[in-house]
Design a protein around this ligand. Structure first.
Ligand code: FAS
Ligand code: PHB
Length: 389
C-alpha cells in the first residue's frame, strides 16, 4: 500500500489529524492496534479548551459537541470548607471551555472518517517504522500477513506506550519525566452532577474533583496512594471519602449511585524531545503526558495537530517546508507551558505524603495569593482556556 501520511494511532490525535488532512485532499492511512470498541471504551478527558473545540469544528466534527457539550465560563476551587470561583471568561475577555467527553469526541471522529471513506485499519499488530531518514515505510501484521505501507511521512500518534517514540534512536531522544506519589481514582456514574461547574478540592485528606459529562452523567475523582487498587474501593467507600473532601453544603446535596466505570490512573509529567526525527513526527501522548489536574492532557495534543495540519498542507500545496522544519521547536514551546501549568495545579492542590510543614504553608499561600490577585487569576484562566497556538 502507499499513502502520503501514515498515522500510527487511532485515538483523538491521529483521527483528528487524519480528518483535517483528508479535507485538504491529503491522503492518510490510520493504523490502530485495537478495535474501535476498545478505543471507545476508555474514559479519559472531559474538558476541551477553546482551540481544540475550534479544530473539531474546522474538521467538520463539531456538530454534536456544540449540541451536547456544555460551555463552561468558570470553575470552583474548594478549600478550608469554602468555595472560590475562577471566572475564566471574566479573566480572558470572554473565553471559555467545552465540557464534552473524549469518548464522544473520538466517536464523532471515527464516524466522520467512516463517512468520508477514510482508511482506519484496526487490529494492526506489531507495527514497525522503517527508514525514517530516507524512504519511510511502515509494516504491520494482519493475521499471518505482513503488510507494508510506503509513505512520505509518518505521524506517531500512538500514545505513551506506543511504538513511534521508541523508534527514535536513543542517542537522539531526550526524555524528561516527573512521577507523582499518588494516582486518581475516577468514577463515572449516571447521577446528576453535584455542581453546574467543576469543583477542584484541596483537602488534608487529599485532592478531589467533581466533573461531569452531561446533566445525567457525573465524573468524580479522588487522590489515592499508588499502593491502592480499584478493588479496595467499594462505591460506598468512594462516595463517603469524596464527600469528606468537599465543603459540607456540597456533600449533603451530592446524588450518589452505582459506578459504571471505576479506575485508578497514575500521575506523571513527561516530555520527549525532539518531536521530529527524519520523516517521523510525534503528536499527542506519544510525546508528552501531564497530570490531569489542569485538564491539559488531550488539549496539549491540539496544538501539535494544528501545527502538523498546516505544515503538511503547506508542504503538499505550496512546496513550503518551513512548518515541518520548525514543528518540533514550535510544538515543544507550547507543550512545556502546559507542563508547567499542570505541574503547578498539581503541586498546589494535592497532599504529598513526604511533605514538610513548610511545603504545606507554601501550598496554602499559593492558594491565598491566587484569590488575592487578579493577575494571578488571569494567569490561571489563560492557561486553563488554552494558550494561543
Ligand atoms: P491515545 O493514547 O488516546 O491514543 C493512542 C492510540 O494509539 C490508542 O488508541 C492506542 O491503542 C494506539 N496505539 C498504541 N500503540 C500502538 C501501536 N504500536 N500500533 C498501533 N496503534 C497503537 N486528559 C485530560 O485532559 N483529562 C483527563 O481526565 C484525562 N484522564 C486520563 C486517564 C487515563 C487513564 C489516561 C491514560 C489518559 C488521560 N488523559 C486525560 C489524557 C488523555 O486524554 C490523552 O491526552 C489523550 O488520550 C491523548 O490522545 P492521543 O494522543 O490520541 O493518545
Ligand atoms: C474530567 O472530566 O475527566 C476532568 C476534568 C478536568 C480535569 C481532569 C479531568 O482537570
Amino acid at each position: 500500500m502507499k499513502t502520503q501520511v501514515c498515522i500510527i494511532g487511532g485515538g483523538p490525535s491521529g483521527l483528528l489529524l487524519s480528518q483535517l488532512l483528508d479535507l485538504r485532499g491529503i491522503d492518510t492511512i490510520v493504523l490502530e492496534k485495537h478495535s474501535r470498541e476498545h478505543v471507545l471504551s476508555r474514559i479519559r478527558a472531559g474538558v476541551l479548551e477553546h482551540g481544540f473545540a475550534e479544530l473539531m469544528r474546522e474538521a467538520q466534527c463539531g456538530e454534536r459537541m456544540d449540541r451536547e457539550g456544555e460551555i463552561h465560563h468558570g470553575f470552583f476551587i474548594a478549600h478550608d470548607g469554602i468555595m472560590e470561583r475562577v471566572d475564566l471568561s471574566g479573566h480572558t475577555g470572554g473565553n471559555s471551555v467545552v465540557v464534552y467527553g473524549q469518548t464522544e469526541l473520538t466517536r464523532d471522529l471515527y464516524e466522520a472518517r467512516a463517512a468520508r471513506g477514510g482508511k482506519v485499519i484496526h487490529h494492526a499488530d506489531d507495527v514497525k517504522l522503517h527508514d525514517l531518514t530516507s524512504s519511510p515505510h511502515v509494516t504491520y501484521r494482519s493475521g499471518d500477513d505482513v503488510v507494508r505501507i510506503d509513505c512520505d511521512f509518518i505521524i506517531g500518534a500512538d500514545g505513551f506506550h506506543g511504538v513511534s517514540r521508541k523508534s527514535i534512536p536513543a542517542g537522539v531522544l531526550r526524555e524528561y519525566e516527573k512521577l507523582y506519589p499518588f494516582g486518581w481514582l475516577g468514577v463515572l456514574s449516571r447521577t446528576k452532577p453535584v455542581s453546574p461547574e467543576l469543583i477542584y478540592a484541596r483537602h488534608e485528606r487529599g485532592f478531589a474533583l467533581c466533573s461531569l459529562r452531561s446533566q445525567v452523567l457525573s465524573r468524580y475523582y479522588i487522590q489515592v496512594p499508588l499502593t491502592q487498587t480499584v478493588d479496595e474501593w467499594s462505591d460506598d467507600d468512594f462516595w463517603a471519602e469524596l464527600k469528606r473532601r468537599l465543603p459540607a453544603e456540597i456533600g449533603v446535596r451530592m446524588q450518589t449511585g452505582p459506578s459504571i466505570e471505576k479506575s485508578i490512573a497514575p500521575l506523571r509529567s513527561f516530555v520527549a524531545e525532539p518531536m521530529r526525527y527524519g520523516k517521523l513526527f510525534l503528536a499527542g501522548d506519544s510525546a508528552h503526558i501531564v497530570p490531569p489536574t489542569g485538564a491539559r492532557g488531550l488539549n496539549s495534543a491540539a496544538s501539535d495537530i494544528y501545527y502538523l495540519y498546516h505544515a503538511m498542507t503547506d508542504h503538499y500545496k505550496k512546496g513550503d517546508d518551513q512548518g515541518l522544519d520548525n514543528y518540533s521547536a514550535r510544538a515543544l514551546a507550547r507543550v512545556w507551558k502546559a507542563q508547567r501549568f499542570s505541574w503547578w495545579m498539581t503541586m498546589m492542590l494535592h497532599t504529598f505524603p513526604d511533605s514538610i510543614a513548610y511545603d504545606r504553608k507554601l501550598q496554602e499561600t499559593d492558594l491565598a495569593y491566587l484569590f488575592s490577585s487578579e493577575n494571578a487569576l488571569s494567569s490561571l484562566a489563560e492557561n486553563y482556556v488554552g494558550l494561543p497556538f
